[in-house]
Design a protein around this ligand. Structure first.
Ligand code: ADP
Ligand code: MG
Length: 683
């Protein structure tokens, strides 16, 4: 792919470095913002109080005074001085007395003179279009590569206009949709964004581009959904049986929340529907998703099936195993733990038992699938912390010979718009609210110079029988450094709290060592757990009510929220203390501010999405999730829903897009799908 217009080799390289490779890429490279220079002033009207203005006049005089260049410009109402302190040679050469010019800049009064320092200047020639000083001036994104090859806004605009003047772009959206929503044509939209007469046009162009982008995305979601809808389940279901009833009526020590009850009802309905379940339980950290999963597992066991419970880390898999064991072993359920680090003889034993097809539950990490567990009566796969699994890993779960139901759980709340579109084929149950009796976590920021104050606070908590997490960050460049951090921290903490037992947990420990450390903390044998981020997901120790996060500025928002979700799980008032070093970026500070302002995972994920962008947010940037060039999934939610509605109307009218008036649309859509096949197949 290359450009049909002449571009020099160095510029070509700069464009390629920015992923601009085709004519269409150039058209899609749209201005970041616009400068409103629509009204031309006359000199006589200017105040000289720093106002920005465009003046059109004649060059009367050019003087060089020391290093300074002064150009006197006159219109019919007065005179004005343009002044340069740098780049004087260039302007001296450019301008001569008598030239008609247009200048733009900040007007200031010095004594008798009105003057503009370093104005934008354009010479007015016959037929020439003013692109810098008059009108709505586009400002394109810039970077150092572009600057090195003198690639600026004017050139990008010129290229776009060159391409647009050569061919008329065909419309893609059905005319009925365009008219209904009062959108411009596609060609006009590109003209508007690259060369608007006013901001209103620029906006109309931008809205068109956003809508078109969302429309094709929704079209993909809807057509693919049609194709894969009503996958019949080859699993029978006769409702919940003895195990389920006994568990909820006799074993469970607390009342379910309304959100938990509803999620369980949804699951039961799915099981009974004769179709395969693909459901996401979305609930904030601590909302009690595990119990819902256990309920689903029990219903499957009652119907003679096997279930697996997948966790992203060994520590979490082990914890789930212990939870399942304590709840379900008394009911006589066969529960196994399978992680990558189990001895192979143990694994073999588990695999053999599983292959017999007897009802059982296996908790484990993704080593489970990688090693090809054979579960002839697999009825349900539970995927905890679903956002942590790559798209591809998820796809592999569903390649079993008799496809099982899937229940995914995520604490990373997906903004509504994303849930609707990106996870179009997923049904979602939202668990709103937390179990009763929880007190909102209080979060504060402390500079590392105040660490001793924080430790004194910990003294009081520990004396009161509370437990504490102290977390050290992941240093990305070096796992060793990461470890060193936590090790140093561990020694410091040990020295500072000699009266208490302190545990250390990090990713380099062997599985059974980790398990022992977690068990000691869960049992209350250790009062402080010093840890790296391995405890980030899922860990549940309700008596631990304080979390100190060192170098908090280095963590991402959703990671901080996950970490903080480890506390606030019991009846104690919980505190999260974010310790920061003086070196902080602006977004780092912003993230921490968000953390102190809210405990609401939904708001946090929205802020996260804003600060990072959706691809990153989904953790699937490498897996081919389409990136949105124009639309913003949070800001443009209304437009997304409109696109979905219009897509439904279109498909009702022409499900196969076979009508002649939809030919352009169909061709473009095929190309669209081809380029994103990998992603859409996974959905
Ligand atoms: P998450 O949704 O973050 O996975 P968990 O399932 O780990 O949360 O539950 C957090 C804690 O809340 C656990 O200790 C669990 O036993 C407890 N819990 C769950 N549901 C309830 C409830 N309805 N009432 C009281 N405590 C509950
Ligand atoms: Mg959990």
């Amino acid at each position: 792919m290359s450009f049909s217009i002449p571009v020099s080799i160095p510029r070509l390289k700069a464009l390629h470095a920015h992923n601009l490779r085709s004519d269409q890429d150039l058209l899609d490279f749209i201005p970041r913002r616009y400068l409103d220079r629509n009204s031309v002033s006359s000199v006589g009207m200017l105040k000289g109080s720093g106002e920005e203005a465009t003046i059109i006049g004649t060059v009367k005089d050019i003087r060089q005074a020391d290093k300074r260049l002064e150009v006197i410009v006159e219109d019919s109402t007065g005179r004005l001085k343009c002044v340069w302190f740098r780049g004087t040679a260039y302007f001296k050469k450019l301008l001569s007395p008598g030239d008609e010019i247009s200048v733009f800049g900040k007007v200031q009064r010095f004594g008798a003179w009105l003057s503009i320092a370093h104005p934008d200047v354009e010479k007015i020639k016959d037929n020439s279009q003013l692109t810098k000083t008059v009108g709505t001036i586009p400002v394109y994104p810039s970077n150092n590569f572009f600057k090195k090859v003198w690639l600026g806004s004017q050139q990008f605009q010129q290229w776009a206009l060159q391409l647009l003047s050569r061919d008329t772009l065909p419309d893609l959206l059905p005319e009925s949709v365009r008219l209904r929503l009062k959108l411009t044509t596609r060609h006009q939209a590109y003209l508007y964004v690259h060369s608007p007469e006013n901001l209103k046009q620029a906006n109309a162009g931008r809205v068109y581009l956003k809508f078109e982008e969302l429309f094709f995305f929704e079209l993909a979601v809807h057509t693919l959904k049609l194709r894969s809808a009503s996958k019949p389940a080859q699993l029978h279901f006769n409702g919940p049986g003895e195990l389920t009833k006994t568990f909820f009526n006799e074993v469970l020590p607390f009342e379910l929340t309304a959100g938990q009850v509803n999620a369980l009802k949804d699951i039961r309905t799915d099981f009974g529907s004769g179709r395969l379940m693909n459901r996401l339980i979305q609930g904030d950290v601590g909302s009690g998703k595990t119990i819902v999963a256990i309920g689903a597992i029990l219903m499957m066991l009652d119907n003679g099936y096997q279930a697996i419970f997948m966790a992203p880390t060994e520590i979490l898999a082990e914890q789930h195993y212990r939870t399942l064991f304590s709840y379900l072993n008394p009911l006589g359920v066969d529960i196994r733990l399978l992680t990558g680090k189990r001895k192979s003889s143990q694994k073999k034993e588990i695999l053999n038992a599983a292959a017999l097809g007897s009802p059982m539950v296996i908790a484990g990490t993704h080593a489970l699938i990688q090693e090809g567990v054979e579960l002839p009566r697999l009825g349900l796969i539970v995927v905890d912390e679903q956002h942590r699994f790559g798209v591809e890993q998820r796809a592999r779960f569903s390649s079993a010979s008799i496809p099982p139901h899937t229940l995914a759980m995520s604490a990373t709340p997906i903004p509504r718009s994303l849930a609707l579109s990106v996870f179009g084929k997923l049904d979602i149950s939202v668990i709103k609210g937390l179990p009763s009796g929880r007190k909102p976590i209080k979060t504060g920021i402390r500079p590392d110079t105040k660490r001793e104050d924080v430790y004194q606070f910990l003294d009081t908590v520990l004396t009161d029988g509370g437990q504490v997490y102290i977390v050290y960050p992941l240093v990305e460049e070096s796992e060793a450094l990461d470890l060193e951090n936590a090790m140093d921290g561990f020694e410091t903490v040990k020295g500072r709290f000699p009266a208490h037992r302190i545990g250390l947990l990090h990713g380099r420990m062997k599985a059974d060592e980790k398990e022992a450390v977690m068990q000691a903390f869960e049992a209350g044998d250790t009062a402080i757990l010093v840890s790296t981020t391995v405890i980030e997901v899922g860990i549940n120790v309700p008596n631990a009510s304080v979390m100190v996060i060192e170098h908090a500025e280095r963590f991402g928002l959703s990671q901080l929220h996950q970490l903080r979700g480890r506390i606030g799980r019991g009846s104690r008032q919980s505190y999260c203390i974010l310790i920061t070093s003086p070196k902080q970026s602006k977004t780092g500070r912003e993230r921490l501010r968000v953390m102190t302002e809210t405990n609401d995972g939904f708001l946090i994920s929205e802020a996260d999405l804003r600060l990072r962008g959706p691809g990153d947010f989904l953790g699937t940037r490498q897996s081919g999730v389409p990136e949105f060039r124009f639309a913003d999934l949070v800001e443009d939610e209304a437009l997304l829903q409109e696109a979905a509605a219009q897509v439904k109307l279109l498909l009702a009218d022409d499900p196969e897009l076979k009508k002649p008036e939809h030919e352009q649309l169909r061709l473009y859509f095929q190309k669209y799908l081809n380029e994103r096949r990998k992603f859409f197949e996974m959905m």
